[in-house]
Design a protein around this ligand. Structure first.
Ligand SMILES: Nc1ncnc2c1ncn2[C@@H]1O[C@H](COP(=O)(O)OP(=O)(O)OP(=O)(O)O)[C@@H](O)[C@H]1O
Ligand SMILES: [Mg+2]
Length: 454
């Protein structure tokens, strides 16, 4: 309590005694130009434009043009006109998370949006746009994190502090995979950023997929698609900020974001408004600079703190996995999980394409036995998928290649193993045991029959 009072006193002392303000010189679309204080502003600064009805519209400086500062608003612009006052707000945006934020839903400003009353404030402010810990001081990724999804636990094992992307076209099951992770993973704390989601979906996600038990150990940061680009971008930053708070409390945090693409789109809107020329597919160079700054904030902490394991969804536009955002994100992260529309179409969920997905930390964290098991299963999938067309057409004659014969025997069982209902959890050990049981069956039908995997 004394600490809190001291922090408050410190902050009051730092409050400015005078306030700078400029005037609105023009409004074009969402961009407000202000004159008078441009010499005191820099990109990223906060302002408050006072509308005619005395409403205060929070804004951010996104650029400069012809001697004026360009501002984008966080909310609507109703009531803002020429000559309106634009006041500088001094401090960089901060959040004050506490453990009591668990179970709550907040917006990009850290304000409650779940109707449960105002958010309690913690002792220490955490900057919304923090820098990642210095690379040389960070610990290395920790032990395996049980994600509760057996396809991931066995074939794409994720370690504490690892960052993975979930890549898929629209409607292939990204959000559903995230909801399984929230409910089934063994992480102590889950921080979820819903960035640019449709409002209806966000609500369904929180009420149905998360459920009371999932929410109890989670904090949800929400910016729906109808909110402005600054809100959507800040929701992504705020998600990492809350995760950093829990990391600094020594917790192992699972940070999920749906989706990084919408963060990139928000940044694109902001840059284009400021007049930055687009580079690739309309995305501006700033987008590609901001992506690593955001994603690097997840990862292991410095010694004495916990870690942030990050799983970020990427909406792959037009199922083109080489589109610029997918490409950039894949290069930053320590692994990618690819969901495949063709697999979803044959109704195998989660529609993870094992052969196209990679966990870069897995080889180091597995025992020899586990590596052998996973490699054997992978080889079976490869062999089968190479021959799939011929097998389906009936052009393959049983007995002509023992490896293909074995693949035909094992493949359906591995497919059953990879399928998992939304409400079903499988821990790490059980996952390996089930896979081992499948591979111990023999093609002539002896041994287990594999149906136990379903
Ligand atoms: N594990 C699952 N079991 C059964 N059906 C599933 C599963 N996962 C996804 N689906 C089906 O796929 C649909 C789309 O899933 P989801 O909303 O998770 O996709 P998405 O990739 O997040 O979509 P969007 O790109 O629109 O955000 C669901 O409505 C559901 O019908
Ligand atoms: Mg979704």
């Amino acid at each position: 309590m004394v600490g809190l009072i001291q922090t408050l006193i410190g902050e009051i002392e730092r409050l400015p005694t005078e306030r700078l303000f400029g005037r609105v010189a023009s409004v074009r679309g969402l961009v407000i130009e202000i004159g008078g204080v441009q010499g005191n502003l820099s990109v990223g600064d906060r302002c408050r434009v006072i509308a005619r009805d005395d409403r205060s519209v929070p804004c951010e400086v996104v650029g400069f043009r012809a001697g004026h500062a360009l501002l984008l608003p966080y909310g609507g612009l109703d009531g803002v006109g020429l000559g309106c006052r634009a006041e500088l707000t001094e401090s960089a945006p901060m959040l004050r998370p506490t453990d009591t934020w668990l179970g709550r839903v907040i917006n990009a400003f850290g304000e409650a949006v779940d109707g449960q009353g105002p958010m309690p404030l913690g002792e220490h402010p955490y900057p919304v746009r923090a820098q990642p810990p210095p690379a040389h001081q960070r610990r290395r990724v920790g032990g395996k994190l049980d994600l509760g999804v057996r396809a991931l636990n066995t074939f794409l094992t994720c370690c504490e502090g690892q960052r993975m992307g979930i890549f898929a076209g629209s409607g292939v099951g990204k959000s559903t995979v995230l909801s399984m992770l929230i409910r089934h993973s063994k992480a102590e704390v889950v921080v979820i950023g819903l960035v640019g989601e449709r409002g209806r979906e966000a609500r369904e996600f929180i009420e149905d997929d998360l459920g009371a038990a999932g929410l109890a150990r989670s904090v949800v940061v929400l910016a729906t698609s109808d909110e402005g680009p600054l809100m959507r971008r800040q929701a992504a930053y705020a998600t990492l900020t809350v995760a950093e708070y829990f990391r600094d409390q020594g917790r192992n945090v699972l940070c999920l974001m749906d989706s990084v693409t919408r963060f990139a789109m928000a940044q694109r809107e902001i840059s284009l408004s400021a007049g930055e020329p687009p580079a690739s597919k309309g995305y501006t160079p700033t987008v590609f600079a901001e992506l690593p700054r955001l994603l690097e904030r997840a990862g292991p902490g410095v010694p004495g703190t916990g870690s942030i394991t990050g799983l970020f969804t990427v909406l792959v536009e037009g199922d083109d996995h080489n589109e610029p955002i997918s490409d950039a994100v894949r290069g930053i992260l320590d692994g990618h999980i690819v969901l495949d529309r063709a697999i979803a179409e044959r109704n195998r969920y989660p529609a993870i394409n094992i052969l196209r997905s990679v966990s870069r930390t897995m080889p180091a964290c597995n025992t020899d036995d586990q590596t052998l098991l996973v490699n054997t299963a992978r080889r079976i999938i490869t062999t089968y998928e190479d021959m799939a067309e011929l097998i389906r057409l009936g052009a393959y004659r049983a007995g002509s290649n023992p490896e293909v014969d074995a693949a035909i025997h094992y493949y359906p069982m591995i497919e059953d193993f990879l399928a998992q209902r939304k409400d079903e959890a499988t821990d790490l050990e059980t996952g390996y045991a089930l896979l081992r049981r499948i591979l111990e069956t023999t093609p002539d039908g002896a041994g287990q029959d594999g149906t136990a995997t379903g």
